[in-house]
Design a binder for this molecule. Structure first.
Ligand code: NAP
Length: 495
């Protein structure tokens, strides 16, 4: 008698490829958690420093906070009822990442003090080497190396001659007391604005050297009361609601419109910044010095509840003369004035086109990442580079960057990457990377779209490549979400 149904044929055991994650910052911790959740048992995270946390470990300057509201700058799967403020301070964010890594049991997968210097692909596997000679190999590499982690300090003449403490904003010395110091800050990006806002009333004097004025969007930063935190603990869905509200506001009111310089929403953003300047800076001369000559959001928009108040503090001075040179006693500007200082802070940004470099990465057919990226880093869908099989980037080149939760970006990118790991895990392929044709078409469309964005409306910023074209994701955030919902496999070479 025939059986009505045959017993299931056992499937061949799924392969268990090894994954190396580079970097234990926000994206690396996310990768470790999600790999574990997806059943990848064999993975390791190599971290060059001795602690996790990435940007939040590196940046500890006074006033550091994330200008994305904390309930949105959190992993979607690890909401945090304990945030103390709408924009919580950096130290709290660092603690959050440490707690999440511990709670999700991935901390023990992180190997600290291991800077990967070399990755080479051969016969379906990546071989890596660290600065201290450790070697390892894996089928996959996830590069979660961050965007802004190599400080950039301009080569001001005689920079080394300064007699006091001088350092980059991302190299803050926590032991340094500034209370009775004359402090100079060069730069007016988000870092400088946060430092000025925090320090103005805590130093003897504060001199801000501004090369280019910044538009400042106002923002209130209320504390969460204990009763509110208790409510979040008891009702996690309340955090989901807040999060959804913030995400919608930031998407519709900003992320979706940045890519269309003609958007009337951007005009509202601009008008809001103009009103902030005019309503809050009393002295007309100072007001004009602080008024940018480009459109709001052309540079990354700076958000601050109290910068204008801080720069009008009796301790503060704004210097708009160009810097001629650094001297032992301070900064000499082009009008011949010497601005005497005890401490000099370079809030002068980062080498933004490094991404995974200076690591040497050798792909298939002799491809070397440095050469492939010699005119600037690009990646198909911000994820994959042709001839670098099984090497995937999170928050890599051409990712969305502008004033949005990079956690949301990384989570979506990871879900996409996971779908690219599957063909190898199921044995259908051993090498997966974007095809050269898909990369070329993507780049052409990306460059075309970049011209229409607000970032291309007539200012200089770290968003621009060597040709002056914005490098970030030039389409709406909605399109990013849609693209990240699943790879178009026809755009990938599978071998
Ligand atoms: P940045 O935005 O690149 O700003 C660098 C500043 O240094 C600019 O004002 C620039 O002036 C000035 N500068 C550079 N070279 C100079 C020179 N030779 N002479 C005089 N001034 C010079 O750097 P950042 O403030 O560190 O911020 C970088 C990014 O980090 C931000 O855009 C943001 O994405 C991220 N960030 C985020 C937060 C947050 O709250 N989420 C906080 C801090 C930083 P010009 O404008 O004239 O070029």
């Amino acid at each position: 008698m025939a059986l009505s149904s045959s017993p299931p044929v056992p499937k061949p055991p799924a392969l268990s490829p090894r994954v190396i994650v580079i970097g234990a910052g926000m994206s690396g911790i996310l990768s470790a958690i999600k790999l574990k959740e997806a059943g990848f048992d064999d993975y390791v995270v190599y971290e060059k420093a001795d602690r996790l946390g990435g940007t939040w470990r590196e940046n500890t300057y006074p006033g550091i906070a994330c200008d994305v509201p904390s309930h949105f700058y959190s992993y979607s799967f690890a909401l945090n009822p304990e945030w103390t403020q709408r924009f919580s301070p950096g130290a709290e964010i660092q603690t959050y990442f440490e707690q999440v890594a511990r709670r999700y049991g991935v901390e023990e997968r992180i190997q600290y003090g291991k800077q990967i210097t070399h990755c080479a692909f051969s016969e379906g596997r990546w071989q890596i080497e660290t600065h201290d000679g450790l070697q390892d190999e894996a089928e996959f590499i996830i590069a979660a190396t961050g965007v802004l982690h190599h400080p950039s300090i301009p080569d001001f003449p005689d920079r080394e001659s300064f007699a006091g403490a001088a350092f980059h904003s991302a190299r803050w010395d926590p032991a340094l007391s500034l209370r009775d110091k004359r402090v100079g800050i060069i730069g007016t990006g988000s870092s400088a604005i946060q430092i000025v806002s925090a320090l103005a009333d805590r130093v003897q004097s504060l001199t801000l050297f501004q090369r280019t004025a910044q538009w400042i969007a106002p923002a209130e930063n209320p504390l969460y009361e204990e009763s509110e935190r208790a409510h979040f603990r008891a009702h996690p869905e309340a955090m989901q609601e807040i999060r959804a509200e913030i995400a919608k506001g930031m998407t519709d009111g900003f992320a979706n419109v940045l890519v269309d310089a003609a958007s009337p929403v951007l005009q509202l953003v601009h008008d809001n910044c103009v009103a902030n300047l005019e309503d809050n800076v009393r002295d007309p001369e100072l007001r004009e010095k602080l008024r940018p000559d480009y459109r709001a959001a052309c540079k990354r928009l700076v958000i601050s509840p109290n910068f204008y108040e801080a720069i009008q503090h009796p301790n503060s001075r704004l210097v708009t003369e160009g810097i001629e040179r650094i001297e032992a006693e301070g900064v000499r500007t082009q009008d011949g004035s010497l601005h005497e200082l005890d401490v000099l802070i370079f809030a002068t940004g980062f080498q933004v086109d490094s991404f995974v470099r200076p690591m040497k990465v050798e792909g298939r057919n002799g491809a070397v990442l440095d050469s492939v990226w010699k005119d600037g880093p690009t990646a198909y869908m911000a994820i994959s580079v042709p001839n670098f099989p099984n090497f995937f980037l999170l928050n890599g080149p051409n990712s969305p960057v502008g004033n949005f939760s990079l956690i949301d970006v990384a989570e979506r990118q990871f879900e996409y990457v996971l779908q690219l790991l599957e063909p190898v895990r199921s044995g259908k392929a051993s090498e997966v990377s974007a095809s050269p044709q898909a990369m070329a078409a993507f780049d052409l469309q990306r460059r075309e779209a970049a011209r229409k964005t607000i970032w291309n409306s007539g200012c200089k910023s770290w968003y621009l490549d060597s040709e002056g074209l914005p490098t970030a994701w030039p389409w709406t955030y909605d399109r990013f979400r849609e693209e990240m919902s699943g790879p178009r496999l026809e755009d990938y070479e599978m071998r």
